[in-house]
Design a protein around this ligand. Structure first.
Ligand SMILES: Cc1ncc(COP(=O)(O)O)c(C=O)c1O
Length: 441
C-alpha cells in the first residue's frame, strides 16, 4: 500500500469519526516543553496533552527505558505476572502512603469504571450500615445499596457510566437513558452532601479534589473532611478521581494532600490516568485495605473485594507501559518535580495576575494545574466572532503566537505545562499571553 497523498487534515476529514472539535494544528514532533507542527513551527506546550506529558516530551530517560523494554517484552496479557507491573503497584501504593492495592487499566474513564464496580460490589456484598448500627431493629434488605453521590460540574470520562457520573448535562445529551445510580450535589456544599446521603441507598461519594475540566475549582479542605466524616458515619466509600490532579500536578503525589497540607483525610479508593505514564495510555486505581464486613459475617480487605473474574482488561499495565510509568514517577521524584510544580505554579499564577489585564477576571489553581477565567465582557471588548466562545478565541490567538493551552468551558483557559517547566518557559508563556491580550485580534 502506498503512502497517502492527502494532507493530514484531509485524511482526518475523510477517515476519522469527528467526535472531537480539533484545532487546526498538525503536530509532528515534541521535545521537553515544546512541540513542532508539520511546517516546523515551534509551540510552547502548556497543554501537555491535557495534563499528560508530565516530564515533557521525549524525556531521554523515558525514551531509553521504553526502547529497551520494547526490545524485551511488550505485552503478555494479565494471565501472567510481570515485574514492571508489580514494581509500579508498589510505587503507587507508596505514593498514597497508606496500605492498599492497585488495579491497572488504560484510561481515566476506565479507572473510574473500576471505582463504580468496586462501589457496586461493596453495596451488594458488604453488610449494610443499619444492620451493624441499629441493634434490635427490623432491617430492610439492602439489595438497592448502589447510589454514588458525585458533584455538579464534575467530569469522570466518556463511558456510559462515566457520563452518568459526570455532573454536566452536556456530556449526556443524546445518550439517554443514563446508567442508573448517580446523585449530584453542588461542589463544596457540605449541607447538600449531608442531605443527599440516603440510608440504605447511598454507597459512595466520588469527587475530584480539583475539578479540572470545569476550569480548575479546588475542593475546600473542610468539604473533604466533611465528606470523610459522612462516609465514616454511614459506612460509605470515599472515592477521589485524581485522574487530572493526581501524581504530581498539584506539587504532591496526592492532589487532596496539597489542599489539606496534612494526611488527615484518606480516601477509600483513588483513580489515576493522564500523567501517570507521561503520555503512554495507562489508568489505575488504588483501593485501601480497610476491612469490609460482608453480609455472611466474614470480613475482607476492601482491596480484595474485586476478586478473580470480577473485573479485567487485556492491556491494563503491560510491561511496556508499566516500565514507562515507573520511569516517569522516578524522574518526578529524582529531578525534584513535585517541588518544581509548587514553585513554578505559584510563579506562573502570580505572573498572570501581575499582568492586571482587564480581560482576565481571575486566576485559579494549585501547583501546575492553573486556569484563568476571562472577563465577562471579553467577547464584546475583543469582538469575538459570533458562534465562538471567548476561551476558544483566545486559545486560537495563543496558537498563532506560538503557545498551546487548553480551553475549559466558554470562559476559562488552562495552563498545564510539564512538571519540569522552567521559569524562563513560564516567562515566555506570560509574554505571549500579554502580547495577545494587548492586541487580541
Ligand atoms: C477528572 C477526570 N476524570 C476522568 C477523565 C477521563 O479520562 P480519560 O480521558 O483518560 O478517559 C478525565 C479526563 O479529562 C478527567 O479530567
Amino acid at each position: 500500500m502506498s503512502a497517502s497523498t492527502l494532507s493530514t487534515r484531509e485524511l482526518y476529514d475523510r477517515y476519522v469519526i469527528p467526535t472531537y472539535g480539533r484545532f487546526d494544528l498538525q503536530l509532528a514532533r515534541g521535545e521537553g516543553s515544546y512541540v513542532w507542527d508539520e511546517a516546523s513551527k515551534r509551540y510552547l506546550d502548556f497543554g501537555a496533552g491535557i495534563a499528560v506529558t508530565s516530564v515533557g516530551h521525549c524525556h531521554p530517560r523515558v525514551v531509553r527505558v521504553m526502547c529497551e523494554q520494547m526490545a524485551s517484552l511488550v505485552h503478555t496479557s494479565n494471565l501472567y505476572y510481570t515485574r514492571p507491573q508489580a514494581v509500579l503497584a508498589e510505587r503507587l501504593v507508596n505514593c498514597v502512603g497508606a496500605p492498599g492495592k492497585v488495579f491497572f487499566c488504560n484510561s481515566g474513564a476506565e479507572a473510574n469504571e473500576a471505582l463504580y464496580k468496586l462501589a457496586r460490589k461493596f453495596g451488594n456484598e458488604g453488610e449494610p450500615p443499619a444492620a451493624r448500627h441499629s441493634v434490635g431493629e427490623m432491617i430492610e434488605p439492602c439489595s438497592s445499596r448502589h447510589e454514588i453521590i458525585t458533584m455538579l460540574g464534575s467530569f469522570h470520562g466518556r463511558t456510559l457510566a462515566g457520563i452518568a457520573a459526570t455532573g454536566q448535562e452536556k456530556v449526556k445529551k443524546g445518550f439517554e437513558p443514563m446508567v442508573q445510580g448517580f446523585t449530584y450535589v453542588p461542589f463544596n456544599d457540605s449541607p447538600a452532601l449531608l442531605a443527599a446521603v440516603q440510608e440504605p441507598g447511598t454507597v459512595a461519594i466520588l469527587l475530584e479534589p480539583v475539578q479540572g475540566e470545569r476550569g480548575i475549582y479546588i475542593a475546600d479542605a473542610d468539604f473533604l473532611r466533611q465528606a470523610r466524616g459522612l462516609c465514616d458515619r454511614h459506612n460509605l466509600l470515599l472515592m477521589f478521581d485524581e485522574v487530572q490532579c493526581g501524581l504530581g500536578r498539584t506539587g504532591d503525589w496526592c492532589g487532596w494532600k496539597s489542599i489539606l497540607g496534612t494526611d488527615e483525610v484518606l480516601p477509600d479508593a483513588i483513580s489515576w490516568a493522564k500523567g501517570i505514564a507521561g503520555g503512554f495510555p495507562l489508568g489505575a486505581i488504588w483501593v485501601s485495605d480497610r476491612l469490609v464486613h460482608l453480609k455472611g459475617g466474614a470480613t475482607l480487605p476492601l482491596c480484595d473485594l474485586l476478586g478473580p473474574g470480577s473485573h479485567g482488561t487485556t492491556f491494563g499495565g503491560t510491561p511496556l507501559v508499566s516500565t514507562g510509568a515507573n520511569e516517569v514517577l522516578s524522574i518526578i521524584e529524582e529531578e525534584g518535580m513535585l517541588e518544581n510544580a509548587r514553585v513554578m505554579g505559584a510563579y506562573a499564577k502570580a505572573a498572570i495576575e501581575k499582568l492586571e489585564s482587564p480581560l482576565i477576571k481571575e486566576v485559579r489553581g494549585i501547583g501546575l494545574l492553573l486556569a484563568f477565567e476571562l472577563a465577562d465582557d471579553f467577547a464584546e471588548r475583543v469582538a469575538v466572532p459570533k458562534g465562538q466562545t471567548a476561551a476558544l478565541y483566545l486559545v486560537n490567538a495563543l496558537h498563532e503566537a506560538g503557545l498551546l493551552s487548553v480551553p475549559s468551558g466558554a470562559q476559562a483557559v488552562r495552563w498545564l505545562p510539564p512538571l519540569n517547566v522552567s521559569q524562563s518557559e513560564i516567562d515566555e508563556a506570560v509574554a505571549i499571553l500579554s502580547s495577545v491580550l494587548l492586541s487580541p485580534s
